[in-house]
Write a protein that binds this ligand. Structure first.
Ligand code: HEM
Length: 539
C-alpha cells in the first residue's frame, strides 16, 4: 500500500490510528513468533491469532481503507484471509459448513482447546498433562452434552432451579448486604420508598442480571453447596472474564507486573482452588468417605460425577482437575448471562414490545391471586415452544451482541475449493471461521443496528403462525465442536427473561433509556459501562 494512502487513512478516520497500530503490533507479533517458534512444538494456536481475528472483525465490515489494507491478506480473492499460512481466517459461512464437515482426523478443536486451557484457563502445561488432555478430552465433553444439549434434561435442570421462587427476590429491597441475595451484592443497590409507599431499588443492571443468572445456573452443575461455600466465585469469575481472559488470550505472561494481571491471576487461583476442593469432595462422596466440611453433595450433577470418573480414569492430579474445570464454569456462564442482560435491556427499552411479550408469555405462567402478585409456576417447555416472538428477540440479541468464531486445527492437508478457486490448507495450521461478520452487514440485515425481532419471524408452513427461525445466524459455532450447552442456554435465557418480565417493572434511572455502546468481550460484547435502572414490583 502506498505511503500516501496510509497517511490519508490516518487523517480521515479517527479510528485509523488505533487500527494501524494494532495491525503493526499483530504483524510484529507474527514475525517474532515465527522466529521464536521454529524449533518448538507447533500445535499451539499462535498468540497473534486472536488479535488478527479482532482486527479483521473490526476492519472487514467497514469497507473503508482498513478493508483495503486487509485485502492484501486475502488468498486468491477468495474468502480466506491471513497474515501467515499458520493461521487463516474464513469469512464466508456457507464455505465454513463445508469445511467443518471434514472428519475429526482432518480438522479438530482439541489443540485449540488445549491452548486455551493452558494459556488462558491457567492449566499447568507439561508433557504429562498434554497427554492426559488429548486422551480424555472427548470423554470429558460428552457428559456436558447429555445435560446441556438434551431438551428434557435441560428443562428438568431449570425446573429444579425453581426460577419462580428465586425471581421473587430478584431485588429484595434490603439495604443491608447481610440480608441481600447473593446476586444483589455487587449491583450497587440504592433502596428508596416514595411518599405513597412504593418501594424502589436503583441498581447496576448488568451486574444484577449477570449474577442472578449465574446463581440459577451454577448449582445445576456443581450443587448448591459450592456457591454457598464460595460466594466470591461470582466476582472472581467476572474479574477473570473481563480482565484476565483477553490478556492471556494474546499471550501476556501471567507474571507481567501489571495490577490488572496480578488481580486477575489471584481471582483465577481462587477459582482453581474452589473447583479443586469441589472435585476432592466429589471423590470422597463417590468413595463413601467422610466429606470435607460435611458438605452436602447430594445435588451435584451427573456431568460432574462423570467428569470426576474420567479425571480419575486418566490419572489427572487433583490440582489440574480444578484448573481445567475453570473452562467449564466459564463456558456455562460467560456468554449466557450477558445475553440475558442485553435481551432485557432491548425489551424493556421498547414498551410496546414488552407489552406484546407479556401477552405472549402469560399462558405459560401461573401468577398468585395475592397483592402484590407473585410468579407461582413457569412452564419452561411451553415457553420454548409457544413464545416465538420471545425466541425471535433472543435471536435478534445474539445477532447484535455475539462475536462468534470457530477455531480449528488442521491436522491433515485439506483441499478447499470455492467459486473456482482452490486452496491447499497445510497440515498443522489453524483455521478460524468468523461466523458473525454478516450480522451487522446491511446487505444481509436491513438497518442492522436497530433491534427488530421480526426479521427472524417466518410464517410456519405447518401452522400458518409466525415461527422464529435462525436463518443465516450461527451463534453456536459450526461442525462437530459446536456449542454443547446451547439447549440449556437458550432455555435459561428465555425462562429468566419471562420470569423477570412477569414480576418486575424496570425503568432507566435517568429519564430515558440510553443503550450503552458495545465493546468486544470474550464471546458476547459488553456494555462500555453498566447502566443504572430503577426496579419496582409489578402491580
Ligand atoms: C448464549 C450462551 C452461549 C453461547 C453464545 C455459546 C457459544 C459457543 C460457541 C460459539 C462455541 C464454539 C463452537 C465452535 O468452535 O464452533 C461454544 C463451545 C462450547 N460451549 Fe457454548 N455457548 C453458550 C452457552 C454454553 C453453556 C450454557 C454451556 C454449558 C456448559 C456451554 C458449553 C460449551 C462447550 C462444552 C463448548 C465446546 C464444545 C466442543 O468443543 O465440543 N456453552 N459455545
Amino acid at each position: 500500500m502506498a505511503l500516501s494512502t496510509w497517511a490519508d487513512a490516518l487523517q480521515q478516520n479517527p479510528n485509523a490510528k488505533t487500527v494501524l497500530t494494532a495491525f503493526v503490533v499483530v504483524a510484529a507479533l507474527a514475525f517474532t513468533y515465527r522466529l521464536l517458534t521454529t524449533s518448538q512444538a507447533n500445535s499451539q494456536l499462535p498468540v497473534w491469532a486472536p488479535l488478527e481475528i479482532g482486527l479483521t472483525r473490526h476492519l472487514l465490515p467497514r469497507r473503508g481503507r482498513g478493508y483495503r489494507l486487509l485485502s492484501a491478506l486475502r488468498r486468491k480473492d477468495g474468502s480466506l484471509f491471513g497474515l501467515t499460512s499458520k493461521h487463516q481466517m474464513l469469512i464466508d459461512p456457507p464455505q465454513v459448513d463445508r469445511l467443518m464437515a471434514h472428519s475429526a482426523s482432518s480438522i479438530s478443536s482439541a489443540p485449540v482447546q488445549y491452548t486455551i486451557a493452558t494459556r488462558v484457563f491457567g492449566c499447568t502445561h507439561s508433557p504429562a498433562v498434554e497427554e492426559q488432555f488429548y486422551a480424555s478430552c472427548e470423554e470429558l465433553t460428552a457428559p456436558v452434552g447429555k445435560l446441556f444439549l438434551n431438551d428434557a434434561a435441560a428443562t428438568a435442570a431449570l425446573g429444579r432451579a425453581d426460577i419462580p421462587q428465586q425471581v421473587q427476590s430478584f431485588v429484595s429491597f434490603s439495604s443491608d448486604p447481610e440480608h441481600m441475595k447473593l446476586w444483589e451484592r455487587s449491583a450497587n443497590l440504592k433502596v428508596t420508598t416514595t411518599a405513597d409507599g412504593v418501594q424502589k431499588v436503583e441498581a447496576d443492571f448488568q451486574s444484577l442480571v449477570r449474577d442472578f443468572g449465574a446463581c440459577i445456573a451454577i448449582p445445576q452443575l456443581y450443587g448448591r453447596d459450592f456457591l454457598e461455600r464460595y460466594p466470591q466465585v461470582l466476582s472472581d469469575l467476572w474479574k477473570f472474564d473481563n480482565d484476565l481472559f483477553p490478556l492471556m488470550m494474546i499471550g501476556i505472561p501471567r507474571w507481567a507486573p501489571l495490577k490488572i494481571v496480578k488481580d486477575g491471576v489471584a481471582a483465577q487461583s481462587r477459582i482453581h482452588a474452589g473447583l479443586e476442593g469441589l472435585y476432592r469432595r466429589v471423590g470422597q462422596y463417590q468413595k463413601g468417605q467422610p466429606i470435607d466440611f460435611d458438605a452436602d453433595m447430594s445435588d451435584i450433577s451427573d456431568v460432574v460425577v462423570s467428569r470426576h470418573n474420567t479425571y480419575e480414569k486418566y490419572g489427572w492430579p487433583i490440582r489440574q482437575q480444578g484448573e481445567l474445570e475453570l473452562g467449564l464454569l466459564w463456558g456455562q456462564n460467560a456468554n449466557t448471562q450477558p445475553v440475558v442482560f442485553w435481551l432485557l435491556t432491548y425489551v424493556y427499552s421498547k414498551p410496546d414490545l414488552l407489552k406484546q411479550l407479556r401477552e405472549e408469555t402469560s399462558p405459560y405462567l401461573t401468577m398468585s391471586e395475592t397483592t402484590p402478585r407473585e410468579l407461582v409456576a413457569l412452564d419452561i417447555a411451553g415457553v420454548g415452544k409457544g413464545c416465538q416472538l420471545l425466541k425471535a428477540c433472543v435471536f435478534e440479541t445474539y445477532r447484535l451482541v455475539n462475536d462468534v468464531t470457530s477455531l480449528r486445527h488442521v491436522s491433515r492437508p485439506i483441499t478447499h475449493t470455492e467459486g473456482g478457486l482452490k486452496h491447499e490448507l497445510a497440515a498443522n495450521t489453524f483455521l478460524s471461521a468468523l461466523l458473525s461478520l454478516a450480522n451487522h452487514d446491511p446487505s444481509v440485515y436491513s438497518d442492522p443496528e436497530s433491534f427488530d425481532p421480526t426479521r427472524f419471524l417466518e410464517q410456519s408452513a405447518s401452522t400458518g403462525k409466525p415461527a422464529a427461525r435462525y436463518g443465516k445466524l450461527k451463534p453456536w459455532g459450526a461442525g462437530a465442536a459446536m456449542c454443547k450447552g446451547r439447549t440449556f442456554a437458550e432455555k435459561e435465557i428465555m425462562s429468566l427473561a419471562v420470569a423477570i418480565m412477569s414480576m418486575w417493572d424496570i425503568a432507566p434511572a435517568s429519564s430515558k433509556w440510553e443503550l450503552p455502546e458495545r465493546v468486544p468481550g470474550t464471546g458476547v460484547q459488553k456494555p462500555v459501562k453498566d447502566i443504572r435502572v430503577v426496579i419496582t414490583r409489578r402491580q
